[in-house]
Design a protein around this ligand. Structure first.
Ligand code: ATP
Ligand code: MG
Length: 407
């Protein structure tokens, strides 16, 4: 695509009011725009990354057999009163009176989906069921200072699974842990599966997926020897409870989590199924979240350097940035256009009439995996630079094109 046609409002300096690295870089590079604390617009480049992350999550959930739905954000108080969460979440949830009714913006969707499933009157033949959505959540977060990693409006993937018994739930629950590892691997992130406390009302432990980073708001105890990790909120043993070796406390970003509710929702909201003898039994429910927009911030934090963003190819808005430098002859102009013609959707062609310095600075800031320079000085050759390593190669334009078709 032609850069001159897209809306990529890069800035010479990072925004003065932003403290986080991801917030600074994503805004300076024109990926997002902050409207107010914790609330961002996703601009063309940022939206492409967000959509790529969402696509990877979708593919892995669909492959596991979960089906996608989209539930309403505007929800009635009556449903939330069934679990008492209208009251307990009142600091977090945006709630107001609408005529003679009270409504709120969803901070999560357990109540709505449990109601949906119970009204479908499932039988044992319909189980298990896994339904997920990728949807905007609203939370009145008091400390929205971590850029897109802590939004007051943010994109979440939330999956809910419904089972006839504990054993079936447990098997599905660990299956999803495998799905999560695959997703984070595909995103290029190393995640630690971490034991954590159960959240608002589960007495059971939950699990979190944590990416180690100084930008994180969480602290986890990670074993130096085995793969064990635990959120420090559970207490801080000095030794790994799994293998007895030394453990270290590290800052980390929670990119996902899973909650096993057992029969809590089945009992509390009367969410039941009919078993093979015609008897109604409580359903066993679990929920599983991933912070989709938080992941974009996490990738910016983990890979970004002093010159700007550095995107792994799996989520990059484009594979390569083609820069035209100097006064090109007709053949060189054709070469540059050829990249865009052949690979249009995966190439960003900087066709703007700007100084080389400006184009190089913007390319570093935007951080596409490869930079291809077509310059008046190079004749038929182009210079291919890998953004993450800085490695440079000179090759013919035709070879560069072939190379980009393989990555
Ligand atoms: P945190 O402890 O960071 O507030 P949480 O325990 O409240 O997270 P959940 O309610 O389980 O998180 O949400 C599921 C996932 O959504 C989290 O694992 C995280 O990745 C993401 N998430 C939660 N809150 C936010 C937020 N304010 N902005 C962006 N992503 C968020
Ligand atoms: Mg929270």
């Amino acid at each position: 695509m032609l850069q001159s046609k897209l809306f990529i409002p890069t800035q010479a300096k990072p925004p003065a009011d932003e403290v986080s690295k991801n917030g600074k870089l994503l805004q300076q590079a024109g990926f997002v725009d902050k409207l107010h604390a914790g609330v961002y617009s996703w601009l063309p480049l940022g939206l492409r990354v967000l959509n790529r992350v969402a696509t990877i999550i979708r593919e892995e959930h669909n492959a596991f057999g979960a089906s996608e739905v989209l539930m309403p954000a505007l929800q009635p108080k009556v449903l939330w009163d069934e679990t008492g969460r209208w009251g307990t979440l009142k600091e977090v949830m945006y709630q107001w009176q609408d005529g003679d009714k009270h409504v709120g913006l969803a901070s999560t969707h357990e109540e709505v989906i449990v109601d949906l499933i119970r009204r479908s009157q499932p039988t044992y033949r319909d189980l298990p069921k896994g339904l997920y959505q990728i949807q905007w959540k609203f939370r009145n977060e008091p400390r929205a200072k971590s850029g897109v990693m802590r939004g007051r409006e943010f994109l979440m993937k939330d999956l809910y699974s419904f089972h006839a018994n504990v054993a079936d739930l447990d098997a599905y629950y660990s299956g999803i842990h495998g799905v999560y590892q695959k997703i984070f691997n595909r995103l290029g992130l190393e995640s630690h599966i971490t034991e954590a406390s159960g959240g608002t009302f589960t007495k059971r432990h939950s699990h979190e997926f944590q990416v180690l980073s100084d930008a994180g708001e969480d602290r986890v105890l990670v074993c130096t020897e085995c793969d064990y990790a635990q959120n420090v909120e559970l207490g801080t043993p000095e030794k790994c409870p799994q293998c007895g070796k030394a453990a270290a406390i590290k800052k980390s970003i929670e990119v996902g989590n899973t909650f096993n509710f057992g029969d809590y929702y089945g009992q509390t909201m009367g969410c039941t199924y009919t078993d093979d003898k015609g008897v109604r039994q409580p359903l066993y429910v679990a929920s599983y979240g991933i912070g989709v927009s938080r992941l974009v911030g996490t990738i910016a934090e983990v890979f970004g350097d002093e010159r700007g963003l550095v995107w792994p190819i799996a989520v990059a808005p484009f594979k390569a940035h083609v820069l035209t430098i100097g006064k090109l002859d007709d053949e060189q102009k054709k070469q540059a256009q050829q990249f865009e013609k052949v690979l249009s959707e995966t190439i960003l062609l900087d066709d703007r009439d700007l100084s080389p310095g400006h184009k190089f600075t913007d390319a570093d800031l935007i951080g596409l995996p490869y930079r291809i320079v077509v310059s008046a000085r190079q004749g038929k050759n182009v210079e291919v630079t890998t953004r993450s390593s800085g490695e440079q190669k000179i090759m013919t334009s035709a070879d560069a094109l072939k190379f980009l078709q393989t990555v």
